[in-house]
Ligand binder design. Structure first.
Ligand code: SAH
Length: 207
């Protein structure tokens, strides 16, 4: 599996231009196959998303690496992830930031990710079941916020929970989705489109 992971990083990630050495190292370290349900384990290092149950998917490895690189993590950050899913992205963050918070709307997914991350020895991650549209106000502000499900429009609540100098990375849109990066500097919001992506929709829990 280690060999397959090496090849994944070399052929799918470095070859496509991800160059942040810390991100590449984290992608080499985290045992992606341990986050994939039994019958799909053999495909864990292939170049595409995979089902993780409850109609949800774990993203293609390249997209995880690209989005993580966009977060520009140095090691001291407080990160919020929306859409815990399998817990894989949270594990990657765990190696690159100081503290990771992750919100998942499907309770069984939140529970199994929490259990898995504990088993694998990741200690700086807190997961809660809840609606990502509301963020996690008690823990705000966050240096980095990442959405791994696509809202029609980035919720203002999440932009409000971004620290000054913070970065938010997310898919945005319904059918056509853009991968966007938002930065906040002294209250000024800058938004740029990085590429086009296809994520599961961000479900509305409250309303
Ligand atoms: N980051 C995950 C993949 C996430 S797939 C991983 O590494 O495996 C997107 C996840 O977002 C799904 O698990 C889905 O249940 C969750 N989700 C959808 N809408 C949500 C919402 N409003 N709040 C929190 N999580 C949500």
């Amino acid at each position: 599996m280690e060999r397959l992971r090496e090849l994944m990083v070399k052929n799918q990630i470095e070859a496509r231009g991800v160059s942040d050495l810390r991100v590449l190292e984290a992608m080499r370290k985290v045992e992606r196959h341990k986050f994939i349900p039994g019958h799909h384990v053999a495909s864990a290092y292939e170049d595409h998303p995979l089902p993780i149950g409850h109609g949800q998917t774990i993203s293609q490895p390249y997209i995880v690496a690209l989005m993580t690189e966009l977060c520009e993590l140095k090691g001291n950050e407080k990160v919020l992830e929306i859409g815990t899913g399998s817990g894989y992205q949270a594990a990657i963050f765990s190696l690159l930031a100081k503290q990771v918070y992750s919100i998942e709307i499907v309770d069984p997914l939140a529970k199994s990710a929490r259990q898995k991350l504990k088993e694998l020895g990741y200690h700086n991650i807190e997961i809660r079941t809840g609606d990502g549209y509301l963020g996690w106000p008690e823990k705000a502000p966050f240096d980095v916020i990442m959405l791994t499900a696509s809202p029609p429009k980035i919720p203002q609540t999440l932009i409000d929970q971004l620290a000054d100098g913070g970065i938010l990375v997310a898919p945005e849109g319904d059918f056509t989705q853009e991968l966007i990066k938002i930065t906040k500097n002294k209250g000024t919001i800058t938004k740029k489109t990085v590429t086009y992506v296809r994520f599961v929709p961000m479900i509305r829990g409250s309303e």
